[in-house]
Design a protein around this ligand. Structure first.
Ligand code: GLN
Length: 543
């Protein structure tokens, strides 16, 4: 089958869950036996979100190949288990970078460069790239229809609909139906306006997916269908869900995948039956884990971006997966490390596990270190991630080895820099070099790195392997070369080391039942159907 293209746009307001919608559509097509790929086109001008605060667009997701990308890629990977790569993520910054490099090379000699066709052609090339290997290319357009930055993207999908034909392309538009309490009514006007806006740019949505907190009656569907020029059966409800993993089956029951198949003329009873079975086997089974776990645990996450939950998207998901693995419901107690805690012990009294996640700069570090000390001294299960591991090393150096000046170069130029900037390291056998004053963008140790696990250690038992690959995103490292003697005075065991033996990748404490910290970000690899072993065992220890 020649690959088909599904474009997903969003209207009315942002944060409607286009990413989860794209991921769910991918999962439903997979359930019908189709191969898929999901791409995201972000209209912002940054080259990638790597230099943005998580408060802007939520967490920065890291792909295996080291691409720093939008958090929606996390949904794509978790829902469909596909592996996304840099060739799936586009931003306006990337397009202009490429076009301007071509201009300097002289590729456009004689012509002036314009949004149409030069920018739109690059967008089209990006969308078409890699279509040979898959049945469906799902492309999520970031932002909301009407944004100035988004115009070239809408134009590109309009052109592609002409180039490839209606039978091979479709547009799914996600909108919002606000419920007006006094009138006890769902309102369709914002949806009408956003569809008009799309139509004014030459794009007709084939399916309108309506986010709503209330059931959508057939009258409302008929109204939207008439006013938006869409078949009534293609106006589909996307009701608020208690848990994102319930969404694929909700969409299926609402008829979304069936209507997609009808559009592409691939609908038949046999595939319907197959989909039913597969959705049951995966998504309906997961409902039990979501709804009816027999155990419960409360985990404290001591971080500094806790005011926006999206900032810790993959982490929260991985913790939930750890719960699925243990038949347990997990409540996360978000502890704001930037608050002033005279006594963090009081704040952490009722939790059965403590997690210190990744982070940047010195703000909130004191509270995090206090939380780590509390976990270490009271034998509370602890999981440290990236900065969480660096702080766990500092904490042991300060409070066990008695080196009060132990710190990281990220916080201070003075003191014993047990965590230091590494100006070179090996990435799959290739030497990577950096300087402190170099560019900040795309310059960290990023993406997949193999790690050698110490046989007989706790993490060896957890992983059940002596070599593991995890994704990284950090600039600083444990300076074992200089401070090995100090580490000897603590109870730290570096149970995971880089393959060349120079960089500590995982640590645990010899005298603690579960104190594990990793320089990597295991949360990016956790899946609802394959919870990450570190999270599963951390939750088990907490229970
Ligand atoms: N700020 C630390 C570093 O750059 C840790 C980064 C992180 O937690 N992702 O090394």
């Amino acid at each position: 089958m020649l690959s088909s293209f599904i474009f997903i746009t969003g209207g009315t307001i942002s944060s409607l869950g286009k990413g989860v919608a794209a991921a769910s559509i991918g999962a439903l097509l997979q359930a019908r036996g189709y191969s898929i790929r999901i791409k995201k086109l972000d209209p912002y001008i940054n080259i990638d979100p790597g230099t943005m605060s998580p408060y802007k667009h939520g967490e920065v997701f890291v792909m295996g190949d080291g691409c720093e990308a939008d958090l929606d890629f996390g949904h794509y990977e978790r829902f469909t288990d596909i592996k996304c790569s840099a060739s799936d993520s586009l931003t306006t910054g990337k397009i202009y970078e490429k076009v301007l490099a071509k201009e300097r090379r002289g590729d456009y000699l004689g012509s002036d460069i314009q949004v149409i066709p030069h920018i739109t052609d690059e967008i089209k090339d990006f969308i078409l790239n890699g279509r040979e290997d898959i049945d469906f290319m799902i492309c999520e357009i970031g932002g909301t229809v009407g944004d100035i930055e988004g115009l070239p993207y809408i134009e590109a999908i309009r052109q592609l609909t002409i180039d490839l034909g209606k039978a091979k392309t479709m547009c799914i538009h996600l909108t919002y139906l606000p419920y007006i309490r006094v009138a006890e009514e769902l309102k369709t006007k914002p949806t009408q306006h956003s569809v008009r806006q799309l139509q004014s740019m030459g794009v007709q949505p084939d399916i309108i997916l309506c986010r709503s907190e209330k059931n959508i009656t057939s009258d409302i569907k008929t109204k939207i269908s008439r006013l938006c020029n869409t078949k009534p059966e293609n106006v589909i409800a996307a009701l608020d869900a208690e848990n994102i993993y319930l969404i694929p089956n909700m969409y299926h029951l609402a008829g979304l995948d069936r209507q997609i198949c009808r559009h592409f003329a691939i609908f038949n009873e046999k595939s319907e039956e197959q989909a039913e079975k597969e959705i049951h086997r995966k998504w309906v089974s997961l409902e039990h884990a979501v709804h009816a776990p027999s155990k419960f645990a409360k985990i404290a996450v001591v971080g500094k971006y806790i005011k926006l939950k999206d900032a810790y998207m993959s982490l929260a998901q991985a913790i939930a997966h750890g719960g699925f693995a243990n038949d347990a419901k997990i409540e996360i107690d978000w502890v704001d490390a930037k608050e002033n805690f005279p006594n963090i012990e009081n704040r952490l009294q009722n939790v059965s596990g403590i997690l210190v996640p990744g982070g940047f700069d010195s703000s909130g570090v004191d509270a995090k270190i206090a939380a780590i000390k509390f976990a270490r001294e009271n034998k509370i299960p602890f999981l440290g991630i990236c900065l969480g591991m660096q702080l766990a090393v500092i904490e042991s150096c300060r409070n066990v080895a008695g080196i009060a000046a132990a710190t990281s170069r990220e916080f201070s130029e003075e003191g014993e820099l047990v965590i230091d900037f590494m100006d070179s390291w090996y990435a799959n056998g290739i030497l990577e070099c950096r300087t402190m004053s170099g560019n900040k963008g795309n310059s960290m140790r990023l993406g997949n790195y193999l790690c050698r696990i110490d046989p007989g250690s706790l993490v060896h038992k957890i992983y059940g392997a002596t070599e593991v690959t995890e994704r990284h995103r950090h600039r600083f490292e444990v300076n074992i070369k200089k401070y090995a003697e100090i580490f000897e005075k603590t109870t730290i065991r570096f149970s995971g080391m880089s393959m060349d033996g120079t960089l500590p990748e995982i640590m645990e404490l010899r005298d603690h039942p579960f104190f594990v910290a990793t320089q990597a970000h295991p949360e990016f690899r956790s899946r609802p159907f394959a919870p990450h072993p570190l999270f599963a065992s951390f939750i088990e220890a907490a229970l």
